[in-house]
Design a protein. Structure first.
Length: 365
């Protein structure tokens, strides 16, 4: 859809609405990850004692520290332009293969068993991460040392996939309802209005790229020598729709093709990563609404960690009221990558999500 200088929308406001949705999501994640941090304190004390008493576990920890430091150094080189992304990916894959050596895993496993096993993220924390009061929709990913990864079900519609805003509605009864309206938009979108946001401290790197209907966001965070790291990246494209008079409700559906990779590794540290899809809907009367849809989480609650890659289709749905007088609707859709390494000796986390927006459709009644 070409850019329209006569659009009823303000591009800065549209970008700010998406950014506000991202910040709201990050606040929820920080609350959840604070709960996870609380639950791991006792485990960390036991783990340090267990490692000290098992010689091969101490050697495995040293190996883990060395590999994670290498990974962090590569990310910093990528951030500084001293190495390309493909070389980093290849080298990181080799290091992950070494970390998955059965003998190494067995040595760390003995220490984890002696410490009472990996702590599970509290249910309250997982509910905050996935955005549901009852966290029965998440799928647990189990690594060789226990459950540390979580992902959302694919191709599963939920009956709570909606948000409603009521603003600017007339009190007078309208005429007979018009027939249902269905309209779809596909690339190229109004991506000239996209605004990207990123934040990074310590050993972190974030990036965003957009091309037509694709948004790629990447965030990395590392902790080293007790210096924490944090990264967040988000990108969005927009599509505009005209609503004739007579309609009072509209359901927006964004169909994504996604490629997601999340990882978290730690050596006496805490790291985690999250990948989300986010959608906003803004009416020309000034009202707006938003929805965040969680995709995947990886947690390293003290030592070791894991990674997961998910490819598939994802559908984000948002339903809202609209003025019967008609108007215009601007829909923003994109992705959010979040990585955090808040405390510990050495650790890193990465979140990558390529979201290709196949279509944005509205159904008005």
């Amino acid at each position: 859809m070409p850019f329209d200088d006569n659009s009823p929308f303000d591009s800065r406001r549209s970008a700010k609405l998406f950014e506000t949705a991202v910040l709201r999501r990050r606040r929820d994640l920080d609350k959840a990850l604070g709960l996870i941090a609380e639950s791991r304190a006792e485990f960390m004390q036991k783990l340090e004692g267990a490692i000290a008493g098992i010689a091969e576990a101490g050697e495995a920890r040293a190996m883990l520290e060395e590999r994670i430091k290498r990974m962090l150094e590569r990310i910093e080189a990528l951030r500084d332009g001293r190495i390309d992304r493909r070389s980093v990916a290849q080298a990181q894959s080799r290091d992950v293969a070494v970390l998955n050596d059965p003998a190494l895993i067995a040595a760390i496993g003995r220490a984890i068993d002696a410490a009472g096993g990996l702590p599970r993220p509290p249910q309250e924390a997982m509910a905050q991460i996935i955005g549901r009061k009852n966290p029965d929709g998440w799928l647990e990913w189990s690594g060789p040392l226990g459950p540390t990864g979580f992902s959302a079900p694919w191709l599963k519609e939920r009956d709570d996939d909606f948000g409603t805003i009521r603003q600017g509605l007339g009190d007078d009864p309208g005429p007979m309802a018009p027939p249902p309206l269905g309209v779809c938009s596909s690339a190229p979108y109004v991506d000239e209005l996209s605004k990207v946001s990123q934040q990074a401290i310590s050993a972190c790197f974030t990036s965003i790229t957009r091309s037509g209907g694709s948004v790629v966001t990447y965030a990395n965070a590392g902790v080293g020598a007790l210096v924490p790291g944090f990264g967040s990246a988000s990108g969005v494209v927009f599509a505009d729709f005209n609503l004739p008079p007579g309609y009072t409700s509209v359901t927006v559906t964004a169909d994504f093709s996604t490629d997601v990779s999340v990882s978290a590794w730690a050596a006496l540290a805490a790291t985690w990563s999250v990948a989300d899809l986010i959608m906003t809907a803004e009416h020309s009367d000034g009202s707006s609404s938003s929805r965040a849809d969680w995709v995947a989480t990886q947690v390293a609650p003290g030592i070791w960690g894991g990674n997961q890659r998910i490819r598939g289709s994802r559908r984000v749905i948002l339903t809202r009221a609209v003025p019967a007088a008609g108007g215009a609707l601007r829909v923003g859709a994109g992705s959010h990558s979040y990585a955090n390494a808040p405390t510990g000796l050495v650790g890193m986390s990465e979140s990558f999500i390529r979201s290709t927006l196949r279509s944005i459709c509205i159904a008005a009644t």
